[in-house]
Design a protein around this ligand. Structure first.
Ligand code: SDX
Length: 430
């Protein structure tokens, strides 16, 4: 929607720039004509004030700690729905009716097996390969097996590719885990729901029947809901940029997995748990708080801070409750890591540095404690994040492909390198 015009004046020139407003949230200034009319670029490394696209999928209010998927608050979706309902909502834009949900669950369930030759693909990795290295490779490798769903101009192929990734990434994630511990791969079981099936593929063995714990399955499913999408974060922006070149959907999602791996992004859950283990006991917290505040020390409190949330990450609150739920179900009365985490949060939230910089726990702060208690090694934490975020990446990729204004993403730069100069023959170089 148009919201009038802004003007930009420089060197005696004044340029009108259209202002557009969204349904909720900040309006935008359309700077596309700037280079043509003023011969200048805008400059915003890290995109702190830049909207890269128009989207209808997820809305975040960082000051109020609000997260909406297609307008529905994350708290309500996590409380009342399941992950596949959230997948349907993110993909189609509306909550499914009972028959739509049953059909969607059926379609996903029957795409969970991967091509049998994928099992040989895994054999090339060392057993100690990081599961994220395996996931990046195996998601990209899906494009070698499913040529009938790589034509991005065909809506039906786009949807088939989307369903395949939602269905198969859990299978690949479980295979990466099984491979790392030297256990046989477990085939999906169609009589289990999505998340119970994932737990079965991770923790089941051929020698005995695996009965998923319903409390743990519900907690895992809720964790997937919390991680499903998050506006234009680094990995989603990576998927959009890769998709803007026309790359096939499997390659685009593999690019998102690669970006998510970084410790500043999805790798923070693994880094946060390692940090809590390094702190070890509450009496060592002040030492780490001091390091986090020391400009000369690159150390940061992992699981704290966020580009958008300058209030408590709403997902972290639900995550914290889920942590207590899982520990209670497992009879873990006194988890030293949880003690350190809760004391660290209490101290940090009363410390002037964190208050002034508006640094709060984010979703990665408590997730690691929960996942460790459920039996996952830290190396699997970001894999679980990627599993859940696959639907968000796909929904955003589809929206970008279907956007009539879409064109290849190609940012410019502020060049501060050498001016043009002539080649010097090597004999004349000193
Ligand atoms: C995710 O974008 C998303 O939506 C991501 C995500 C999603 O769902 O997709 O929400 C998932 O990635 C959550 C974030 C996980 N990362 C971490 O927990 C790593 C630790 N956090 C930081 O690295 C940092 O907070 C970021 C990367 C999350 C945000 O960085 P910004 O927005 O670029 O902020 P910044 O680095 O400019 O920091 C602002 C100030 C700096 O101090 P000054 O230079 O202004 O003096 O705050 C300080 C920073 O030094 N700061 C921290 C800190 N985070 C920021 N100081 C100590 N500990 C921290 N964790």
């Amino acid at each position: 929607m148009s919201a009038g015009t802004g003007t930009f004046s420089i060197d005696g020139k004044t340029i009108d720039l259209a202002v557009r407003e969204g349904t909720i949230g900040p309006s935008v200034v359309d700077i596309a004509p700037l280079y043509k009319n003023a011969g200048m670029f805008t400059y915003d490394p890290g995109f702190t004030s830049t909207a890269s696209c128009e989207s209808k999928i997820t809305y975040i209010d960082g000051d109020e700690g609000v997260l909406l998927y297609r307008g529905y608050p994350i708290e309500q979706l996590a409380e009342h729905g399941d992950f596949l309902e959230t997948c349907y909502l993110l993909l189609y834009g509306e909550l499914p009716t009972a028959s739509q949900k049953a059909d969607f669950d059926y379609r996903v369930t029957r795409h969970t097996m991967v091509h049998e030759q994928m099992t040989r693909f895994f054999q090339g990795f060392r057993r100690d390969a990081h599961p994220m290295a395996i996931l990046v490779a195996s998601v990209g490798a899906l494009s070698a097996f499913y040529h009938d769903s790589t034509d991005i101009s065909d809506p039906q192929q786009r949807m088939i590719a989307s369903m395949r990734m939602i269905a198969k990434v859990p299978t690949l994630a479980a295979m990466a885990y099984k491979y790392s511990i030297g256990q046989p791969f477990m085939y999906p079981k169609n009589n289990l729901d999505y998340t119970s099936n994932f737990l079965h593929m991770c923790f089941g063995v051929p020698c005995e029947e695996y009965v998923p714990n319903p409390v743990l399955a519900r907690a895992m499913d809720r964790i997937f809901i919390l991680h499903a999408d998050h506006e234009q974060n680094a990995s989603t922006s990576t998927v959009r940029l890769a998709g803007s070149s026309g790359a096939n959907p499997f390659a685009c999602i593999a690019a998102g997995v690669a970006c998510l791996w970084g410790p500043a992004h999805g790798g923070a859950n693994e880094a946060a748990l390692k940090m809590l283990e390094e702190i070890g006991t509450p009496d060592r917290i002040p030492e780490f708080i001091a390091r986090a505040k020391d400009k000369n020390d690159p150390f940061r409190l992992m699981g704290f801070g966020h580009r958008v949330y300058k209030n408590y990450d709403p997902r972290a609150k639900i995550m914290q409750r889920t942590t207590h739920e899982v520990l209670n179900e497992l009879g873990i009365k006194d988890d030293p890591l949880l003690d350190v985490a809760m004391e660290l949060e209490r101290i940090a939230l009363h410390d002037e540095y964190f208050i002034e910089k508006k640094l709060y726990p984010n979703i990665d702060f408590y997730s690691g404690i929960t996942l460790k208690a459920m039996g996952f090694p830290t190396s699997m934490f970001t894999v679980l994040f990627a599993l859940a975020r696959t639907v968000g990446w796909i929904a955003q990729w589809k929206e970008m492909i279907e956007d009539p204004s879409q064109k290849i993403g190609r940012p410019r730069q502020l060049y501060t390198g050498a001016p043009q100069r002539d080649y010097t023959p090597i004999a004349q170089r000193s």
